[in-house]
Design a protein around this ligand. Structure first.
Ligand code: FAD
Ligand code: 2HG
Ligand code: ZN
Length: 467
């Protein structure tokens, strides 16, 4: 059902001309989707500037049963911000709500609006001598509301946890238009159900997050960054244990990449340079942060060399060198995109089982479609593998993409067989909604539906996503 003209007029009146976009050309960028798999449409993008405006919008949508798709930086990987094709939904994009409301250094907290860009929060924390550790390649454009709604992971999870672990308080506009002010800055509060957890990772299906109180941390005094060449993932994992022990658990990143991934970043991303003279099968981008980090890393690498876990290593001598090493890792998604057809996955297994998962998945993928190229990379330190596939040659892209359901089934079945999940950090959105039903126990699905029905009985919040 198209949205009635009177409803559109009421919604526009809430935000005024600065906050409403109804020109199809101007709407187009809001409809783009990272993977290019889905396309929907809308007559209206709303860009509220305050929580009160969000609440007024949601109240009108609740009354008129108009579907709402919440949106932040639109960098999500699973089609969570895709609209229905019939134009029956509006986008509520929170980008204009980008104020840092307060920073309390003594409490180590920052209160931010949902539209704050992640990098801006990191910078505000740094300016106050603090660290906000959530970090991912999209940090220059993704927003904290989107990070929390997808429970984003990124590169520091092994040391600091994922987005959920930073949240002390939330402000949420509920599906009936009420505002829940849960903006507490408490590290302890046992006064009933921990309601904020419901909205974190809910992908906009239970309400619109409008603000959050987040934990900050001391800035590390010493940061050591290295690129390490390793013979295989098992050696890279063994070395992680060594470095964690030697540094008193100060490893903040342990990201791994196969040679083919390195080849793509060198080929497709100008400015990247191979830090080694020789080619190696696997690479780890390691970061250790804390007192005496560099010494602990150097000593561990020496032990790793002697044990055959390290083939070569380079420790950055400056911030510029460290940034260049990080760039190799962070441009990995872009490098694959530029190469052409690809099939991406976001699985996790227990950290100890990553090597066996990769070996098994490699065997099965090769048996199903010989010659398929695998880029199994990502967050080795927390067990999250982006087990991505490319065709043996881009000339056979069409046949390769036609095999997507079968290939993805192999990867997901293997992840679950090894005690894992089909979505570690990107969420379900539209992309993995149906796939999740195959693996999630019925009791869990039923509980999720119960929660959805209790909070959003009319089903207006991000309809059709996740459930
Ligand atoms: P959007 O894409 O705008 O939205 C994501 C979901 O949250 C949608 O379902 C949307 O409806 C909902 N939503 C958005 N804002 C709100 C709100 N205020 N209230 C309620 N619901 C809302 N993810 C990782 O976890 N780790 C990574 O390492 C990582 N790397 C990435 C690298 C690149 C290059 C890119 C493009 C993406 C990467 N991602 C990664 C994907 C990740 O999910 C997003 O980058 C980010 O967390 C989403 O934030 P966003 O503001 O773009 O949200
Ligand atoms: C990353 O870790 C992102 O770089 C993107 O989560 C992963 O889809 C991908 O390749
Ligand atoms: Zn990732």
């Amino acid at each position: 059902m198209p949205i009635a003209a009177a409803t559109l007029a009421r919604l526009k009146a809430v935000v005024g001309t600065r906050g409403a976009i109804d020109d199809p050309a101007a709407i187009a960028p809001y409809l783009e989707e990272q993977r290019g798999l889905f396309r929907g449409t809308t007559p209206l993008v709303l860009r509220p500037s305050s929580t009160a405006e969000v609440a007024a919008i949601v109240a009108i949508c609740a009354e008129t049963r108009t579907g709402i798709v919440p949106q932040g930086g639109n960098t999500g990987m699973v089609g969570g911000t895709v609209l229905a094709a019939d134009g029956s939904q509006v986008i509520v994009n929170v980008s204009r709500m980008n104020r840092i409301r307060a920073l309390d250094p003594a409490n180590n907290t920052i209160a931010v609006e949902a539209g704050c860009v992640l990098a801006d929060i990191q910078a505000a924390a740094a300016a106050a001598g603090r660290l906000f550790p959530l970090s991912l390649a999209a940090e220059g454009s993704c927003q904290i509301g989107g990070n929390l709604s997808t429970n984003a992971g990124g590169t520091n999870v092994l040391r600091y946890g994922n987005a959920r672990s930073f949240v002390l308080g939330l402000e949420v506009v509920l599906p009936d238009g009420r505002i829940w002010d849960g903006l507490r800055g408490l590290r302890k509060d046992n006064t009933g159900y921990d309601l904020k957890q419901l909205f974190i990772g809910a992908e906009g299906t239970l309400g619109i997050i409008t603000a959050a109180v987040l934990k900050l941390f001391p800035q590390p005094t010493d940061v050591a960054t290295a690129m390490i060449a390793a013979p295989d993932p098992a050696a890279a994992l063994a070395l992680l244990g060594t470095v964690q022990a030697a540094s008193s658990d100060q490893v903040t990143a342990w990201e791994f990449m196969p040679r083919y991934g390195i080849d793509l970043t060198l080929k497709n991303v100008p400015g990247n340079a191979d830090p080694f003279a020789d080619r190696h099968p696997w690479y780890v981008l390691a970061e250790v942060a804390g007192a005496a980090a560099r010494g602990a890393l150097e000593a561990s690498l020496e032990r790793g060399l002697a044990a055959g876990q390290v083939r070569d290593a380079v420790i950055a001598a400056s911030d510029t060198q460290a940034a260049a090493l990080w760039r190799m890792r962070e441009t990995m998604p872009e490098a694959q995109k530029r190469e052409g057809a690809g099939i991406r996955h976001d699985i996790a297994v227990p950290v100890s089982r990553v090597p066996d998962f990769i070996a098994a998945a490699d065997r099965r993928i090769d048996a199903a479609r010989p010659g398929t190229l695998v880029i199994a990379y990502g967050h080795l330190g927390d067990g999250n593998v982006h087990y991505n596939l490319s065709p043996a040659a881009q000339a056979e892209a069409a046949a390769f993409l036609a095999a997507r359901p079968a290939l993805t089934r192999i990867v997901h079945d293997a992840a679950v067989e090894f005690g894992g999940t089909i979505s570690a950090e990107h969420g379900l959105g539209l992309l993995k909604r149906d796939e999740n039903r195959r693996y999630k126990p019925e009791v869990e699905l039923a509980l999720m539906r119960t929660i959805k029905a209790a909070l959003d009985p009319a089903g207006i919040m991000n309809p059709g996503k996740m459930l």
